[in-house]
Write a protein that binds this ligand. Structure first.
Ligand code: PMP
Length: 330
């Protein structure tokens, strides 16, 4: 037994970074959990590890098995990184509207990548449904991140306790956007068990149903669209089921975009748009509650995956987004 550990041991235990400008603006500590520092570069390494280890424990994954998943990319990257380290092959089904960087990275890592046209969940051609069907036809293990609650369990067992320890119990609110809902549900369930006063807050992009679900108990999505990848859920997944939040906000892409540009220019943080959505939610919550809060959110992945889009002036120029200063949008 070596005193040193392989790569899966280093998923999680990410730093908690103070966002200087946002903290100053609100008079609260706005803290971001640096999930982009995970080995596969995103918060989804945790879910990948949780799903794989739960399946191993139940005897559902045999050595040399193939794992298949429908993913916006990050879960696929996590499953491939963890899979390579444990001897599993991965087949990743991804919709064609995701950033080319994620598809290139998946192929470079050694995953078999199947790119499918973007289709709504109810359509049999939806990326998730294709993964489920191929799993049945080819005898692969389907990770099923949306409805496999090993996903929220890993956040309950790791992300929640890490935040509690890193803030020495001072955390007053936890904010997250929802892809599968694993991060929001698992982390806030743990934190509320430690202290029921800790608020659970959902930051939702336009065109997703989670804001309407938590606020009005319906799944209305007809209010716009978002460029954020990896989030924007239209149904109540098994990972979200049973979760009650204290507050939910609709977040405009423009606010999230100005936040990630300010962080790049002034704080040396290079992030994807879902991190901006989360931080915009943290600012809304800080302002609603007033100064003196300690609010934690997730820095989900890095800007490297979006250089051809969010950090490409040509792409930005053709989009509805503008490089507006933070003060003008917050
Ligand atoms: N941000 C990004 C960039 C993601 O890839 C994901 C996961 N799809 C999320 C946020 C949301 O995480 P969760 O699935 O735990 O809700």
């Amino acid at each position: 037994m070596s005193r040193y550990q392989g790569v899966s041991h280093f998923i999680g235990h990410t730093p908690l970074i103070r966002l200087q400008r946002l903290s100053e603006l609100t008079g609260s500590e706005i803290l971001g959990k640096a999930e982009f520092m995970n080995p596969g570069g995103s918060v989804k390494d945790r879910a990948a590890l949780g799903i794989i280890e739960a399946a191993e424990a139940k005897g559902e994954l045999q050595p040399g098995a193939t794992i298949i998943e429908g993913t916006a990319g990050n879960t696929g990257i996590g499953l491939t990184v963890v899979g390579q380290s444990k001897g599993y092959r991965t087949v990743i089904v991804i919709p064609d509207n995701q950033s080319p960087e994620k598809i290139q990275l998946l192929r470079a890592l050694g995953a078999e990548v199947i790119v499918v046209p973007e289709k709504p969940y109810k359509d049999p051609g939806n990326y998730n449904k294709v993964a489920q069907r191929l799993a049945g036809e080819r005898g692969y293990f389907w990770a099923n991140q949306f409805d496999n609650t090993a996903n929220r369990q890993i956040h309950y067992h790791t992300t929640g306790p890490e935040i509690w320890e890193q803030t020495e119990g001072r955390v007053t609110g936890f904010v997250a956007s929802v892809g599968t809902g694993g991060t929001l549900a698992g982390t806030s369930t743990y934190l509320k068990e430690r202290n029921p006063q800790i608020a659970s807050v959902c930051a939702d992009p336009y065109g997703a149903a989670m804001w309407s679900w938590f606020k009005n108990n319906n799944l209305e999505t007809n209010d716009g669209d978002s460029f954020a990848e990896g989030i924007g859920q239209g149904r109540v997944t098994k990972n979200i089921e049973g979760l009650n939040v204290d507050e939910a906000y609709r977040i405009e892409d423009q606010v999230a975009f100005s936040i990630i540009q300010q962080l790049r220019r002034e704080e040396g943080l290079f992030l994807g748009l879902s991190s901006g959505i989360n931080l915009a939610g943290a600012v809304r919550f800080a302002r609603q509650r007033g100064p003196g809060q300690t609010i934690v959110t997730i820095l989900c992945d890095s800007g490297h995956k979006y250089i051809s889009k969010l950090y490409n002036p040509e792409w930005v120029g053709k989009s509805s987004l503008k490089d507006l200063p933070l003060d003008s949008v917050l």
